[in-house]
Ligand binder design. Structure first.
Ligand code: 73E
Length: 805
């Protein structure tokens, strides 16, 4: 048997992270010193670690510039169809390491920084996350940008340059505290302001009907300023653009109230997007507007940017003077809509009074769109008044509202869900009537994640162990991981995979010790539940399991117990009372059992504070068990589930979202699947869910609930968790108790398998080998072919001959 390679030997042998060529290293060092001097205006005597981070960022950024200019020039010359991905969120995280990875500069930079006597990881840690998102939807947009560039598509991410990212979460006394995320405080080296492309955007005013059509007059003008950020593909010299808009109100503009300010900030940007689409379209060629839909595709990331639809109509009808039918035809052929949720509270319904004041012309257009839509329905279903009411864009009531999902469906030529099961649910529930009307419109595009950030960047040890066996083709063709099925019984590979996991766990344990001053048992199961805190994601089910384990240890302290470290992390929406209570419960339970000497290091519960992209990159590679336990039918897809699978964690999950397809790919026997299926949930709903039945029947559940309600975890305030208890007992929409028994039993199977490390790792390998489907490259190739009508391109734009120091 060959002796195992050390980490640095592996790195030299395998070039997945680029080869540290002597010339490149010399060049990088020169450039770094030049930037420290000329850009940061510092010398090494006074430079701070932050100065070094910025010097390195500028050094790496220089390598993007020539490729960026060339790529855009290439698009100008070849004039391919442009893809505009409109999203109110781009949850990008950090950029430095990702840029080095995609340009193949990681090893050379590593070496250069080392030779300069600095620590590259320490510098990378200084970068602020670009937290312009909440969770999965925003991170999906970021993964899509990476794949769009890697597939050589002429794509643009369009969104908002929020001055503050998602809040920083602190925990005080076990409660969540929100702090402003002033991410631009030290400047953003990755963006380029483009004041020359500033656009006026109109608000308020009123509409005059003239012989020549509608005129929107007496408006107030706001300026929209674009900032461009380069988006490099993986080693293909393509650099696309993410264009984020910032609203600049002229000095005389007085915003009336906070809500309007907030909406205005969103709207100004959404809607200047459209002017810009038209601008770039015109600047390329003065074609008939009729051809817009063959030149441009607009993808709406949920309904949040749905105003694009009436805005495009306004431009075509009011400005370009097209007749209505032509304009509508172009609009629907250009736009496509992705739905990300079926939870009723997340479906946008905008009050009509908001439009009346702010965007009166758009409101008229929406009414006109609705009228034609309802005429069509009435003709197809004579006398079916109920259907008209159900399908209308306008919901009567106080206040009267616009159903943005209905607007998005009828304004698009394609509507897709984000996992197979979700796409089916969409057709049979929220859009049932619309599916009946136009079945061919409805598609599925199962989500994916970029293997560059979520394997190469965050788990180099695993990437190397894989590349050593199957080469590095998997990075851009993740299905190649299938070849690892040939290594399921390969002892050296099993050992390597297990070793990499252990190294990652040790590294994360050291991080926790440093950040939280907590010592954890690194041979315990790292059982990880990280995602936004929400009732439907059922962090409470996890909590009840934790309490059950605790009670079992206390009952039989001498019985063998497979040790677990349970890590739970996620932000609660600031106004979501129940989510905040859930955090308080987790931290309270942790306080009791982490300090119980009988428990010792067999069971620890740690709340991971401020879960975000950069923390995901640390914890996911260190995880053994991935918690994906939503009530079947509620999690549209999930994408964290895929990241864990790719990084060698096993999944405990319900048959929900993309878990279903993960089980299909890897074999259900290689995941820990438990609980109600969608049909079971529906049947239980029909019968009537009664939490009390389970509470009476399951003694361990009863014990845990009684402890929570009697103040066992909050002795100073016994009633503290009353709202949680009442919810679980009397109005739990997500049926936590109904899955409790199956969940606890399934967790026993997890512990049982973990006792056999070799067997465990073989299942891990089977999971990794079958995770190829979950690359966002696959997802984007499907959007390209099945929605946008374009082909991904393997063509490498020639590299520029720069930079030279
Ligand atoms: O299941 C996830 C999905 O993986 C879903 O909950 C999430 O989108 C992910 C990507 O497809 C999502 N986020 C939102 N709706 N669904 C949302 C709604 C309102 C504001 C912000 C985000």
């Amino acid at each position: 048997m060959a002796t195992p390679l050390t980490d640095s030997e592996r790195r030299k042998q395998i070039s997945v992270r680029g080869i540290a060529e002597l010339g490149d290293v010399v060049e990088l060092k020169k450039s770094f010193n030049r930037h420290l001097h000329f850009t940061l205006v510092k010398d090494r005597n006074v430079a701070t670690p932050r100065d070094y981070y910025f010097a390195l960022a500028h050094t790496i950024r220089d390598h993007l510039v020539g490729r960026w200019i060339r790529t855009q020039q290439h698009y100008y010359e070849k004039d391919p169809k442009r893809i505009y991905y409109l999203s109110l969120e781009f949850y990008m995280g950090r950029t430095l390491q990702n840029t080095m990875v995609n340009l193949g500069l990681e090893n050379a930079s590593d070496e250069a920084i080392y030779q300069l006597g600095l620590d590259i990881e320490e510098l990378e840690e200084i970068e602020e996350d670009a937290g312009l998102g909440n969770g999965g939807l925003g991170r999906l947009a970021a993964c899509f940008l990476d794949s769009l560039a890697t597939l050589g598509l002429a794509a643009y991410g369009y969104g908002i340059r929020y001055e503050f990212g998602i809040f920083n979460q602190k925990i005080q006394n076990g409660w969540q505290i929100e702090e402003a995320d002033d991410w631009l405080r030290y400047g953003n080296p990755w963006e380029k302001a483009r004041p020359e492309y500033m656009l006026p955007v109109h608000f308020y005013g009123h509409v005059q009907q003239t012989e020549d059509g509608a005129r929107w007059v007496d408006t107030q003008v706001v300026l929209a300023m674009p900032y461009d950020t380069p988006v490099p593909g993986f080693k293909n010299n393509t650099v696309n653009t993410m264009r984020l808009w910032s609203a600049k109100a002229p000095n005389d503009f007085n915003l009336k109230d906070y809500y309007l300010t907030y909406r205005y900030h969103q709207i100004v940007t959404r809607y200047s997007n459209m002017d810009n689409v038209m601008n770039s379209y015109y600047s390329n060629k003065v074609f008939e507007v009729m051809f817009l839909c063959s030149q441009v595709a607009i993808q709406l990331n949920d309904t949040h940017p749905a105003l694009a639809i009436p805005e495009l109509m306004r431009i075509l009808v009011d400005v370009e003077k097209l007749d209505w039918e032509k304009a509508w035809d172009i609009t629907t052929r250009t736009c496509a809509y992705t739905n990300h949720t079926v939870l009723p509270e997340a479906l946008e319904r905008w009050p009509v009074h908001l439009f009346e004041k702010l965007l009166p012309r758009h409101l008229q257009l929406i009414y006109a769109i609705n009228q034609k839509h309802l005429d069509n329905i009435a003709a197809l279903y004579p006398g079916d008044m109920d259907r008209l009411k159900r399908m209308s864009l306008i919901e009567e009531g106080d206040p009267k509202r616009i159903n943005m999902a209905h607007l998005s469906v009828i304004g698009s030529h394609a509507v897709n869900g984000v996992a197979q099961i979700h796409s089916e649910i969409v057709k049979s529930t929220v859009f049932k009537d619309f599916y009946e009307l136009e079945p061919d419109k409805f598609q599925n595009k199962t989500n994916g994640i970029t293997p560059r950030r979520w394997l190469l960047l965050c788990n180099p040890g695993l990437a190397d162990a894989i590349a050593e066996r199957i080469g590095d083709g998997f990075i851009t063709d993740l299905y190649q991981l299938k070849k690892l099925m040939g290594y399921v019984d390969n002892e050296a590979f099993i050992r390597d995979v297990a070793n990499v996991k252990q190294e990652n766990k040790l590294k994360f344990a050291a991080y926790l010790e440093n950040e939280y001053k907590i010592k954890i048992n690194s041979s315990s199961i790292f059982d990880v539940h990280v995602k936004r805190i929400h009732e439907y994601k059922r962090q409470l089910l996890n909590c009840l399991h934790i309490i059950t384990l605790y009670n079992r240890i206390k009952k039989e302290p001498n019985k063998a117990f497979v040790p677990r470290t349970i890590l739970i992390g996620g932000k609660a929406a600031p106004g979501y009372h129940m989510a905040k209570m859930i955090i308080k419960l987790i931290t309270s339970v942790g306080n009791v059992l982490n300090n119980d000497p009988i428990v010792g290091d067999r069971l620890k519960v740690i709340f991971l504070v401020n879960y975000r992209v950069s923390l995901a990159e640390k914890v996911i590679p260190a995880s053994d068990l991935s918690e994906q336990i939503s009530t079947a039918g509620t999690e549209a897809s999930g994408t964290g589930n895929m990241k864990f699978m790719l990084n060698g964690a096993l999944t405990i999950g319900t048959m929900d979202g993309a878990n279903v397809e993960m089980a299909e790919e890897a074999g259900e026997e290689n995941l820990f699947i438990f609980g109600m299926r969608v049909e079971d949930v529906a049947a239980l709903d029909k019968k009537g869910y009664n939490a009390r039945d389970y509470y009476d029947k399951l003694p361990e559940l009863k014990q845990a609930m009684d402890q929570i309600s009697s103040g066992y975890f909050s002795p100073k305030e016994p009633e503290l968790f009353k709202d949680i208890v009442d919810m679980l007992m009397y109005h739990d929409r997500f049926k936590v108790f109904a899955d409790f028994e199956a969940y606890v039993k399934c967790q026993e199977k997890v512990s049982e398998l973990y006792k056999n490390p070799r067997k465990w790792t073989k299942v891990v390998i089977k999971n990794i080998a079958n995770s190829g489907k979950f690359s966002s490259d696959r997802t984007i190739a499907q959007y390209a072919r099945e929605i946008w009508g374009v082909e991904p391109s393997a063509v490498k734009i020639p590299p520029p001959n720069e930079p030279k120091a």
